[in-house]
Design a protein around this ligand. Sequence first.
Ligand SMILES: Cc1cc2nc3c(=O)[nH]c(=O)nc-3n(C[C@H](O)[C@H](O)[C@H](O)COP(=O)(O)OP(=O)(O)OC[C@H]3O[C@@H](n4cnc5c(N)ncnc54)[C@H](O)[C@@H]3O)c2cc1C
Length: 815
Amino acid sequence: MSNFPSTARVVIIGGGVVGVSSLYHLAKAGWTDCVLLEKNELTAGSTWHAAGNCPNFSTSWAIMNMQRYSLDLYAGLEKEVDYPMNYHVTGSIRLAHSKERMQEFERARSMGNYQGLDLEMMAVSDMKDRYPFMETHDLEGGLWDPADGDIDPAQLTQALAKGAREMGARIERFCPATGVTRDGAEWIVHTDKGDIRCEYVVNAAGYYAQRVAEWFKPYGGRTLPMTVMSHQYFLTEEIPELAAWTKENGRKVPLLRDVDTSYYLRQDKNGLNLGPYERNCKAHWVTPQDPMPEDFSFQLYPDDLERLEWYIEDAMARVPMLGTSGVGRVINGPIPYAPDGLPLIGPMPGVPNAFEACVFTFGITQGGGAGKVLAEWITEGQTEWDMWAVDPRRYTDYTDQDFCDQKAMETYGHEYAMHFPHHVWPAGRDRKLSPVHDKILAAGGQMGTFNGWERANWFAKPDDDTSEESTQTWDRNGPWAVRVKEEVEAVRDGVGVLDLPGFSRFNLSGEGAAEWLRGRITGGLPKVGRMNLAYFGDDRGRILTEMSILRHGEDHFTLITAATAQWHDFDVLRPARDAGLTLTDHTTEYSTLIVTGPQSRALFEALETKADLSLGWLTHQAAEVAGKPCALARVSFAGELGWEIHAANADIPALYDAVIGAGAKPFGMFALNSMRIEKGYRAWKGDLSTDYTLLEGGLDRFVKLDKPQDFPGKASMQLEKQAGSKKRFVIMTVDAGDQDAPYMSTVWHDGAVVGETTSGDWGYRVNSSVALGMLRADLAVPGTEVEIDIFGKMCKATVQPDQPLWDPQNERIRA
Ligand SMILES: Cc1cc2nc3c(=O)[nH]c(=O)nc-3n(C[C@H](O)[C@H](O)[C@H](O)COP(=O)(O)OP(=O)(O)OC[C@H]3O[C@@H](n4cnc5c(N)ncnc54)[C@H](O)[C@@H]3O)c2cc1C
């Protein structure tokens, strides 16, 4: 007992693969004074019974990075820590049943190749060479990943634990954390064996993570968004045919994933392991009648193979030998799901010095990378790769349990589904509604969600096809296209209105607020009555975020930012409170109408607006429109003459009616995206991310290296300025086919990859497909011809001058 640690720099709660990998990576970073607490034996949660499959595949750049890193780590771990490990690199074939699926594979192949992975498209005729036991009916083709395989999850965890211990980190088994207390700047983690005082705490409690998160509520925490699902696989008894083949060939057959049917099938010893993600799935521990047990260590749910029948039959038709042997063992275990199925890795929202690394649905293949990311967050305050995809702050206050359960069921049942650009998932909707939500629906609004807020993507006419099926395509055109074009044309030629609830909106005031901001942003502040875009960098000069700053007085500001950025950006500003300033969040009290188009001034005049409509671009003023008080901000993300109306929720319906009555045509987010791309305006966490520095991102004019204040990233930017940036932001017109370039399409020149796209869309005003992206600096010259790999099709593209494609001199905005 006396040997029990009473202090540590970091305490990790949870000894599954993720917690242990976090400990290993902290120790590797030199933080050896760290302790991991495990309530039972290591791996007692989800880890011990995982199938152990380790794919690289993902259509998310960040997740692919994380998985790729894991697999590299695992390949060398046995030797590195001298611990025996069953890691079989068998390769895998992903099966495609449709043209769309092949396009998805092409995209992943291209991304994977860019990350150095040898992903290859496969013809149906080649499949039997790699997998002699499969039937190839109904298939379009496949994707081959030679590095896929399976690992023993318990051995992996023990190997990481050995590595961590040998570097000096400690693991306390059979030692549940029972609570936390904050004492000054320190955490005290309580256990029955004693308290541990530490600087940082990590919640790596797997499917118990929501319970552990409760302890942090007195210190600013929230209910952690997750649901526990049941996931099953079964192992067959030995299949003599497979045993003979394996003996003869000296290897296992590759892992098969039939993603359209929705299962994985892999060799386990001389039998097979079949694991479906079934539509008729089951959540556990979600009702008061079925509470989560205090301890479920090393336990399983009762077998429920009936649920999988349809999938088993399908798999038996694909690999008939599956039906030749009996079921040996069924594993039905708890698997935690966040609403989008991705884990939570990063700062615990609202709580100082607390982090999360939990809710993993693919924790075995992601564990290695997750440990790296978590350790970077703690030791450096930033991560090598942009990890917004898994940042816990991507969820805010709308994720009640009902929402989490609905989304988990939907996500699990569509685990392998394609995520098409014009499709909106139906579960868990209507969490946050605009004051004019009913009016938007009545006008034909086809809604999408943005940080839980419902906004129209486009407006349908009565006979338009608004079915979910119509959106199952990567193509630009669908029933929405003609309407989006009409909406853009209305904004271009007349005036449009976009109802935009949920803009994140913060007020910052107090003596010294201006000086505080100057020490944070990379550029200058607007004068009183004016507004401008401001950028916040990280220590490496990378793009942390962008906010619009409206200045009301010397030390009084409103900061407006993307809906999804609400909790992230509040964290960026939070230190203002420590500096004695007043920082408040007004996101839910006000809403915004974007009124834009060449006729917008005439529209406001017709409404007898009490405001000076001659004030120029980037001004804001208190005003009255249609008898309602509001603020008018003279900006337009669409790139036309226009004003944003900011008003209290209660006044929005009257303002909306007035604007519509004066002739504005409603437009949606699809039209806005098309127009902002033509202007070269960057969107957050696509074009603007910590994968790029501000200077690479072409934001030089927002960086004042000569201002007296220091600000995060200044020193790095000074160095980068001297050395020259390796990449540069470019706008490209694309000779695209039916699809515009999605995020992270590779850009080619002279047979080599020279960059990537960060967003793409059709520009209706310039009548061209447009891509924004990053290019090797020497090629970022107007007129350079490149090719973009769009779903496997090489499309010619041309680098454009560094100015908007539409209205390059901004004359329309300034009119
Ligand atoms: C049937 C099945 C098959 C799967 N197959 C795969 C696969 O093939 N590939 C893949 O990548 N993933 C797979 N998974 C998912 C994988 O198992 C999980 O994502 C992974 O194990 C999560 O690891 P973890 O460390 O986050 O959580 P866990 O392994 O659940 O670890 C959390 C730990 O925290 C401990 N703990 C909780 N509360 C406390 C406390 N208060 N104090 C101290 N300790 C505490 C628990 O005892 C537990 O050991 C599968 C899951 C299931 C159910």
